[in-house]
Design a binder for this molecule. Structure first.
Ligand SMILES: [Ca+2]
Ligand SMILES: [Ca+2]
Ligand SMILES: [Ca+2]
Ligand SMILES: [Ca+2]
Length: 166
């Protein structure tokens, strides 16, 4: 059960990075996730490249290009069709003032905070390990819908349901 959960978490990480379910049939998902960021020679991600990816994700969700992502835009996105729980989590996390709209400055604030939270050794760069362990914790929180720190079978199954349909 524990192994299965970890595999699902990695699959979800892969999906989050690609936004495309069909692209991955195995392989190292976490590497792929990390590789979408531009890296330094040492293989580390700067805050600039981290932010660029967050901005492009925001722009994909903002289908009418008004620099706001409404709840409807997020739930109608392609990503929400695969992982509604994760999309919901993204929305809650970014809608700082809880007015059901994610404005671009809110997203920037959240992204900057996230970078700081991920950068555990405080070198202003993200390593693959730093990003991976943060994302794992975040996914766990997203799947743990009642927030009690335990994933029940029901919570786990509702998160992975998209994978069972294919
Ligand atoms: Ca919009
Ligand atoms: Ca808001
Ligand atoms: Ca670091
Ligand atoms: Ca729970």
């Amino acid at each position: 059960m524990r192994d299965l959960m970890m595999i699902t978490v990695l699959v979800v990480i892969g999906l989050m990075s690609s936004g495309c379910a069909g692209k991955f049939r195995g392989g190292d998902m976490s590497s792929h996730m990390f590789n979408k960021y531009e890296q330094t020679e040492e293989g580390l991600v700067t805050e600039t490249s981290y932010t660029e990816v967050a901005v492009s994700r925001f722009e994909r969700l903002d289908s009418d290009d008004d620099d706001n992502v409404t709840r409807a835009e997020s739930t109608e996105s392609r990503f929400a069709q695969f992982m509604p729980g994760i999309m919901e989590h993204w929305f809650e996390k970014n809608d700082i003032n809880s007015d059901d709209v994610v404005e671009k400055p809110e997203m920037s604030t959240t992204t900057a905070k996230e970078f700081i939270a991920m950068d555990t050794n405080k070198d202003d760069l993200l390593s693959k390990e730093e990003m991976k362990s943060y994302r794992k914790g975040e996914l766990f929180d997203a799947m743990d819908s009642d927030g009690d720190g335990v994933l029940t079978r029901a919570e786990f199954q509702s998160s992975k349901s998209p994978f069972e349909t294919r």
